[in-house]
Design a protein around this ligand. Structure first.
Ligand code: GLC
Length: 434
């Protein structure tokens, strides 16, 4: 009997090990430099958008090897690139539309060399492909999204359009992406907005069941996200631009999840956006994800000339500095078992294979860190600072011990150096018995 596609699952083993990936949003909107939704926000008609941006898109500084190297140095293990975003522009040499990079002054397929550059550095490959399309001539213009959403002639403009034909185009493109680039590890389809009255767009508009089948047939191991408006068939949940407060659950059960976030609020290159987050905040976010059993997909929006700008580069480098010494507390790690109570001002991550527990110390305490409960008293065998592998004394000196009284009996007390290690977030590695 044929397998039920609804219950088929991709391979998430590598995914929950690797934990940290790069999202890249790159399209002709990079030239506007004010959000990938600029066409929608400013209601820019197709002709104007294309005359300004598509006809001038010339990323002469594009060096996919530099991108891949920056990501790899940051400690990222996979990447997800927008093969097409809502604007409809395609980065690769698709046979199904002229609206593609080879027809801009770039004059070439921009996707293929990118895939090769990341693979060369042992990074997994993911494609983000927009379900939404503000350019395709068969796509029904609705009242919610796109430059024509409240255009007086919208209904008239829909005459002769056939959403089924658009869905066929969408499926054809997904087929190209999943057959012409070798093994694809992640597919990120974005997104649905069905409304109770049948307006908006969802599974019927994308022919999602058929699409799911196509994806599972072409690349059975692919990790598929959750945005095509089907209550089944996905491998990962994708909380966007916020931190879940606990391990993400569906029907009460923990699932594989990945938070996706930006440095500054925009996914596409945004020149004037000033709310960039610091390296410190970004590292805390990564730690927070892993401490709740999740991944972080962190976004860069390259410029119209094809570079990661200096703000992005500085943050990637800063994260890389930390990851170089603390990657062990991220890769292969997950939420700690419940019996290990998280100490004050800390986060815990845990490597079940190596039986090591990582205490990420967000605020450095004076002298002592208390690990409460039997799980600690019975299982902690050795402790060290992760950044330099220097021993951390387990226990209190007797003089302080007598002053502390009874509380220390149920506690493993770590005696910390008075000077906080000079790293963004210090981590203590605990070797566990048993
Ligand atoms: C949203 C936005 C979008 C971005 C994406 C990333 O759905 O439409 O611009 O690509 O989320 O998660």
């Amino acid at each position: 009997m044929a397998k039920d596609v609804k219950t088929m699952k991709g391979d998430t083993k590598w995914f929950v090990h690797d934990r940290f990936g790069l999202f890249v949003h790159w399209g002709v909107y990079a030239m506007a430099g004010r959000h990938e939704w600029v066409k929608h926000h400013e209601k820019i008609p197709n002709e104007v958008y294309d005359a300004k941006y598509f006809s001038r898109f010339d990323p002469d500084l594009y060096d996919p090897n530099a991108w891949a190297q920056a990501a790899s140095n940051a400690g990222m293990k996979y990447f997800v690139i927008t093969t097409k975003h809502h604007e409809g522009f395609c980065l690769w040499d698709t046979k199904l539309t002229d609206y593609k990079a080879p027809n801009t002054p770039a004059q070439r397929d921009l996707l293929r060399p990118m895939v090769e550059a990341f693979r060369k550095r042992d990074m997994r490959v993911g494609f983000y492909h927009s379900l939404i399309d503000w350019h395709h001539p068969q796509y029904i213009l609705d009242k919610y999204h796109g430059p024509y959403r409240d255009h007086a002639d919208r209904e008239k403009m829909n005459v002769g359009r056939d959403q089924k034909k658009y869905a066929a185009y969408l499926h054809g493109q997904v087929r190209e992406l999943l057959t012409k680039f070798g093994k694809v590890d992640v597919l990120w389809l974005d997104y649905s907005y069905p409304k109770p009255d049948g307006s908006g767009k969802g599974r019927d508009d994308w022919q999602s069941d058929k699409l799911l089948k196509l994806v599972r047939t072409l690349q059975p191991n692919i990790v598929l996200n959750d945005r095509m408006d089907l209550p089944y068939g996905f491998d990962i949940k994708t909380p966007e631009q916020f931190q879940p407060r606990e391990w993400v659950k569906v029907d009460g059960k923990p699932v594989v999840w990945e938070a996706c976030q930006t440095f500054s609020g925009s996914w596409g290159y945004h020149r004037d956006e000033m709310t960039w987050r610091s390296v410190d905040e970004l590292i805390r976010t990564l730690i927070d994800c892993v401490s709740k059993g999740g991944n972080l997909l962190l976004n860069v929006g390259p410029t119209g000339r094809g570079e990661f700008d200096d703000r992005a580069m500085a943050r990637l480098a800063g994260m890389g500095e930390w990851m170089k010494r603390h990657g062990r507390a991220i890769y292969g790690c997950t939420q700690a078992p419940d019996e290990f109570k998280c100490p004050q001002d800390c986060r815990l991550t845990y490597n079940p294979e190596k039986k090591r527990l990582y205490v990420h110390v967000l605020a450095w305490p004076y002298k002592h860190l208390y690990l409460d409960g039997e799980a600690y008293t019975q299982r902690v065998a050795y402790a060290q600072l992760l950044n330099d592998g220097s021993e951390i004394k387990v226990g209190m000196d007797p003089w302080h011990g007598t002053q502390a009284g009874d509380t220390v009996k149920r506690t493993v007390t770590l005696t910390l150096p008075p000077q906080r290690p000079n790293v963004t977030v210090p981590v203590i590695e605990l070797f566990l018995k048993g």
